[in-house]
Design a protein around this ligand. Sequence first.
Ligand code: SF4
Length: 380
Amino acid sequence: MKYTDEFRDPVAAKGLLDQIATVVDQIGATADSPVHIMEICGGHTHAIFRYGLDKLTPPGIEFIHGPGCPVCVLPMSRVDECVQLAEDPRVIFTTFGDAMRVPGTRKSLMQAKAEGADIRMVYSPLDALELARRNPDREVVFFGLGFETTTPSTALSIQAAAREGLGNFSVFCNHITVPPPIKVLLDDPHMILDGFVGPGHVSMVIGTHPYDFIAQDYGKPIVVAGFEPLDLLQSVLMVLEQIRDGRAEVENQYARIVPEHGNPVSLAAIADVYEPRPSFEWRGLGEIDASGLRIRDRYARFDAEVKFGIGYAAGPRVVQEPEGCECGAVMTGRMKPVQCPQFGTGCTPEMPLGALMVSSEGACAAYYQYGGARAAEPAT
Ligand code: SF4
């Protein structure tokens, strides 16, 4: 397959792995004293396990799985609010499929649907917009979820609704941004990270400059990466070379997709529709300043929080994680999924306790799906 096979070539992969091993030796990293590289994006976490890159790379590299899975970092309070909206008999609640099974304190959207709530899975906010056109007597709410990758399409749907004067369409906005949580991780006094593999899809929208602070203020290298095995291996090599050479720069391995200054059309739509929230709650990380987006006042009639008086519009609300759930520790790199006592027993993809087991981009789901579950089994 053209444009995919080229990035999965085993001979080229072997060459990159040899170069990685050489640089790891030059740095002096070992299994006991590894280089810690965080892949920020859940898509990268999935690819690392899918292609076995964690096992192919030398033991002197330890991958830390970052907070870049929007389903995984969604706090339970927001899931509860989704359920509350979905159970309103006036509402058709629309969502991407991967949010259906995330547990709330009472139930997931999947359970609410089984109990009769009108919840429909869509592939795009434009599908939700179409539902609103076809159901003028119902309130259609779209669950806006995701990083800068999905933020523009939600913005475009709101702009379209405004142009058409659609009064029965609104968005429950949970869009979040990548740089603020990275800053939180870097400010953590227990921080052990030596470098980052940066998100490819997010950077396609925002470009590479929003990461300048990582190199300039914290002296850490970051390489924006693609999602194929050779992309990731080359990016890891580029991070390691920076560490060996004492450099800290923002480099772009994914230049075939990621423009330095991002996508101007998407950025304009984002700027028109949203503004930063003062703070937003992240599962495992708590409230982070300016890390979430809210809908600007001029589009307030399309803001489900305003329309239905829920969420931040109803005031602050803190919800405890379920007992025994270590999602926060896993997401901040303090614990491996297999070290969570619930992994593979109290928490499986079929019966998830925490969000990291729900999404295919969650670190626990990736460990479970690609063999990490075996690592959790006691030796016999
Ligand atoms: S195994 Fe389940 S409860 Fe434990 S950290 Fe992973 S998702 Fe959370």
